[in-house]
Design a protein around this ligand. Structure first.
Ligand SMILES: Nc1nc2c(ncn2[C@@H]2O[C@H](COP(=O)(O)OP(=O)(O)OP(=O)(O)O)[C@@H](O)[C@H]2O)c(=O)[nH]1
Ligand SMILES: [Mg+2]
Length: 448
């Protein structure tokens, strides 16, 4: 039989109320030991909590009793709503431990809910995401996932796959013949559609991940171009050091911003050039790595120069990025026109500013449009974790193999379709390893 766990569901420290949850077969006995009775199910009962041994009063509060299976974990559960603060909760915790209950591990309530099929693995992840959500976009994404958006989608694909598998298995019964043409045709259509859906989900998954983890934007360019000045302008504070010395910034400076309800991580980086020492060389290496992993880059060019410095960082820029030609308050040099021409030919957008004259409005407008168009709306729920993306990728690759295998015989194709179904089942936790579960639940807070 399982042990009975308890944990504070509210944050520790001084507070009006603390909520303590209990789950497991010993929960009803623990409630009776504390308040002398078991309240009516799912109704708040006012009660005095007493020490089970001495009978001394511990606190006065509300007690709720949720008999299995209609509870969060699917087990017998109870909730004690007591006064917040360390002494009261400490006394109640001690009483619970004396009754043989154990403090829950992080995520243990949700893990029990998962094991009792109250939710699948993507929904369990959404519980953690909802608690961690800092932006409204993160909250909406997590709520959709908790409501079963991903589960329903992956479940539908899985059942479509099982339909294809049934067709193929019918074909296996004629091993000496070629797969009857009608069968291959019947299986081929749904396979192509599923591959298309998975491709779309994979493309869209970047969006989910970027909403959940933050949309990364790197400020890149040659030394002294005005990168740190731009970061400070967008952050609205002097977050990075600005000096006239080329090579001032050596580390990556990350600033979280909120843009149109999305979490954006803006990074200032070291100016790219042949480094003069080991520290700068490491700074340039980090700049390149961050820029390559970012969703977008703001490439700053000093438009007053004519020494080809503009080209130093151009290999970091990508189509769709913004080229910011800075220092328009000074006389313009060759670099300005050269950089502009190159940027436009490469599919970058262009904007000329003077950060001295406060020219950040155009850049922040552009950034807001870019973030919104990258992250908003789509007709499919978006995968939010690398784990999901890996599963979707494996499913898609297996289906591509199945599509080829279809020409060679039903048996071969059937095995690949089975593998694709298993990849989807691993995402929702229908099948899974202890390792994956351990990783998912370890990221939770205690009490959830
Ligand atoms: N005239 C003029 N100077 C500017 C402008 N923007 C920045 N600067 C100056 O350019 C110099 C370099 O600015 P930074 O923001 O430190 O440049 P950076 O690209 O971060 O430089 P590193 O960190 O060394 O790579 C400073 O002296 C700034 O005051 C501008 O619009 N006009
Ligand atoms: Mg700098």
């Amino acid at each position: 039989m399982r042990d009975t766990i308890f944990a504070p569901a509210t944050a520790a420290g001084r507070a009006a109320i603390a909520v303590v949850r209990l789950s497991g077969p010993g929960a009803p006995a623990a409630v009776e030991a504390l308040i002398g009775r078991l309240p009516a199910p799912r109704r708040a009962a006012h009660a005095t909590l007493r020490d089970p041994v001495s009978g001394a009063v511990l606190d006065d509060g509300l007690v709720l009793w949720f008999p299995a299976p209609a509870s969060y974990t699917g087990e017998d559960c109870a909730e004690l709503q007591i006064h917040g603060g360390t002494a009261v909760t400490g006394a109640v915790f001690e009483a619970l431990i004396s009754l043989g209950l154990r403090l829950a591990a992080p995520g243990e309530f949700t893990r029990r809910a998962f094991e009792n099929q109250k939710l699948d693995l993507t929904q369990a992840e959404a519980v953690a995401d909802l608690i961690d959500a800092e932006t409204q976009a993160q909250r909406r994404l997590a709520l959709d996932q908790l409501a079963g958006g991903l589960s329903a989608q992956y479940g539908q694909w899985r059942s479509d796959l099982l339909g294809v598998l049934a067709l193929l298995e019918a074909g296996i019964d004629f091993p000496d013949e070629d797969l009857p043409e009608a069968l291959a045709e019947q299986a081929g259509g749904p396979l192509i559609k599923l591959i298309g859906d998975l491709d779309q989900a994979l493309a869209d998954g970047r969006r989910g991940e970027r909403i959940r983890e933050g949309f990364r934007v790197a400020v890149i360019g040659a030394p002294n171009a005005g990168k740190s000045s731009l970061l400070n302008a967008l952050a609205g504070r002097e977050a990075a050091i600005v000096t006239a010395t080329a090579g001032t910034t050596r580390d990556v400076i990350e600033i979280p911003l909120m843009i149109a309800g999305y979490r954006v991580l803006l990074a200032d980086t070291a100016g790219v050039r042949t480094a003069t020492d080991a520290i700068e060389a490491e700074g340039v290496r980090r700049a390149r790595a961050w820029a390559a992993g970012a969703a977008l880059r703001l490439w700053v060019v000093d438009g007053s120069l004519g020494n080809e410095d503009w080209a130093l960082a151009r290999d970091l820029a990508q189509a769709g990025d913004l080229c910011v030609i800075n220092k328009t308050d000074l006389a313009s040099g060759h670099d300005s026109a050269r950089a502009a021409e190159w940027a436009q030919a490469q599919g970058l957008e262009l904007c000329r500013v003077s950060l001295f004259a406060g020219g950040r409005a155009d850049i922040s407008d552009w950034l807001e449009r870019a973030v919104v168009s990258a992250l908003s709306g789509a007709d499919m729920p978006a995968a939010t974790r690398l784990r999901h993306m890996e599963g979707l990728g494996q499913a898609r690759d297996s289906l591509r193999r199945a599509q080829v295998g279809l020409e060679l015989g039903a048996e071969l194709a059937a095995e690949d379709v089975r593998m694709a179904a298993r990849a989807l089942e691993r995402i929702t936790g229908r099948i899974g390893t202890e390792e994956v579960l351990g990783q998912v639940f370890a990221s939770f807070c205690i009490g959830k």
